[in-house]
Ligand binder design. Structure first.
Ligand code: SAM
Length: 280
């Protein structure tokens, strides 16, 4: 018997109308639906009048449950995997099951739909041409500080997930590391109280200190301004020396100045110029 297929199905991140027709069809026809929290998924299934066997698959049972699901797939069963919200595999269970499918040669496919990260990115108004997803921000102050410091030179727009309980601490650390940077906090995406707050980290923090912190958040941070990429190599330094000489600098002064501007040693330029100038 051929193996069944694992269908990774995106589900709404708030607004139930964001489910796709293809996901509904797949949930209706699957032999088994694996999900994070069976109660939450049953609410979704009931809303769409779908009655199917469900089984839990989450962080703390994924090793044992993964094997059970793989066995079902090997027996030819069609399995749908959903998470509590959004795309399975993005800060949610899914990745490990995908690895098991790859290892066992079991086919899997993805049914696209809502993803909080991308929805928040587009709503933020920050550059979307290049971006990086950084997942959840570390909980502890020291790791959080190091985590953001490592991102200081990142030029792409950065996307983070954050829980309401830790939003204040995170915005405080962001204020410390990126005081002048533009950012956005996307709250309760696709829901009744959807909100986007834009500004520097301290401005965003001030907004939530005044209005209270409720709901789920995606944080978006503008990338660093690109560093001056001009390459000042030896060839550049030799040209610069010649240019300074024509401007009236002595050879020694010109070399010294060019070396300083290029971040090279005067000796490197001297040796290279002697070499260049040597008669054929
Ligand atoms: N797999 C999901 C996805 O595709 O976006 C993400 C799951 S992750 C466990 C949950 C986090 O996603 C939340 O803590 C929050 O940062 C973000 N999130 C999920 N739904 C959201 C919403 N409606 N508005 C804002 N953020 C949301």
């Amino acid at each position: 018997m051929p193996y069944g297929t694992l269908y990774l199905c995106a589900t709404p991140i708030g607004n139930l109308q964001d489910i796709t027709l293809r996901v509904l069809d797949t949930l209706k026809t699957a032999d088994l639906i694996a999900c994070e929290d069976t109660r939450k998924t049953l609410q979704l299934l009931n809303h769409f009048s779908i009655s199917k066997p469900v089984t839990s698959y989450y962080e703390h049972n994924k090793t044992v449950k993964g094997d059970v699901i793989i066995q079902q797939l090997k027996e030819g069963k069609q399995v749908a995997l959903v998470s509590d919200a959004g795309m399975p595999g993005i800060s949610d269970p899914g990745y490990d099951l995908i690895q098991q499918c790859l290892a066992e040669g079991i086919p899997f496919t993805v049914l696209p739909g809502a993803v909080a990260a991308v929805t928040g990115l587009v709503l933020s108004g920050l550059p979307t041409d290049r971006f990086t997803f950084e997942g959840f921000v570390p909980r502890h102050k020291k790791e959080r500080l190091q985590f953001f410091q490592k991102l200081l030179q990142e030029e792409r727009t950065m996307i983070f997930y954050e829980s309401p309980h830790r939003l204040q601490d995170t915005l405080e650390t962001m204020t410390e590391v990126f005081p002048e940077r533009n950012m956005a906090a996307a709250r309760e995406l696709t829901k009744k109280f959807e909100e986007i707050v834009r500004g520097t980290p301290s401005e965003v923090l001030a907004h939530f200190s005044e209005h209270g912190i409720r709901g789920e958040f995606v944080l978006l941070l503008h990338g660093a301004e690109p560093a001056l990429q001009e390459t000042r190599d030896l060839a550049w330094a030799i040209n610069r020396t010649t240019q300074l000489e024509t401007e009236g600098f002595s050879s020694k002064e010109a070399m010294k100045q060019a070396a300083k501007e290029a971040g090279l040693s005067k000796r490197d330029i001297y040796n290279a110029m002697v070499h260049t100038d040597s008669p054929e």
